[in-house]
Design a binder for this molecule. Structure first.
Ligand code: BG6
Ligand code: MG
Length: 223
């Protein structure tokens, strides 16, 4: 059994689906009579669908019955799925495939650790599903990031101790979840926003073989 395991978030790490989430939430906001900006969409990264709708309705100062709330959740997701439908391998973010391929060749077990309930169809669409030994997503968790649940389940499936797990994340809540799980956290994106991460990169093109080799067989030191 491998000593280490690698865990990837999906949205914003493997593919830039944040733009599709944004369009679907914006469509709903506009239908309800208010604007939703890209800046406000930052608050939605790594956050569960239910929590996103709660925040959206707060922004629009709209109160909803449980029935109406559930109907809007479904409407947003159906709209989002129309954007997902058109995705293909060209939407994989730069050098993600290279890193997955490297880990696969080194026989390192890989898990997804995502808040999304649409993770599997998206990975199928972009033809990356076969790289993942396990998929842990919004369908498997009861507590959303920054709670470490999603990553702890992934570690259990990988059969790897938490401190030997490496997590790639683009959301503050995701980095906090990885840190709470005592895993090695790698922020992908703006280092000023993801300052709590153990390591920071703008994207996977900056992650070289030496760095990956260094992570393999290393473990998280006490912070
Ligand atoms: C996260 C996204 O990965 O998944 C969030 O960053 C999104 O923006 C969440 O709300 C839930 O996704 P889905 O696909 O289940 O609506
Ligand atoms: Mg993300």
């Amino acid at each position: 059994m491998s000593k280490n395991g690698f865990i990837f978030d999906l949205d914003g790490v493997i593919v830039d689906t944040a733009k599709y989430h944004y369009l679907a939430w914006k469509n709903l906001a506009n239908e309800l009579g208010f604007e939703f900006t890209e800046q406000q969409n930052e608050l939605f990264k790594g956050v569960s669908r239910k929590r996103c709708l709660e925040i959206l309705l707060d922004i629009g100062e709209i109160e909803a019955s449980q029935e109406q709330f559930d109907a809007w959740m479904i409407e947003k997701n159906e709209d989002y799925l129309k954007y997902i439908e058109k995705m293909d391998a060209s939407e994989i973010l730069p050098d993600v495939s290279r890193v997955l391929e490297f880990l696969k060749k080194r026989q390192i077990p890989i898990s997804l650790g995502s808040a999304s309930k649409n993770a599997r169809p998206i990975l199928e669409k972009v033809e990356l599903l076969h790289y993942f030994d396990f998929i842990v997503d919004g369908n498997n968790v009861t507590k959303a990031k920054p709670d470490p649940e999603v990553f702890l389940i992934a570690a259990e499936k990988l059969g790897v101790h938490s401190k030997n797990c490496v997590v790639f994340e683009d959301a503050v809540a995701g980095i906090q979840a990885a840190n709470a799980a005592k895993m090695i956290s790698i922020g992908i994106g703006d280092s000023a926003i993801l300052s709590e991460a153990d390591y920071n990169f703008n994207d996977f093109t900056e992650i070289d073989v030496d760095f990956l080799e260094g992570l393999i067989n290393s473990n998280k030191m006490k912070r």
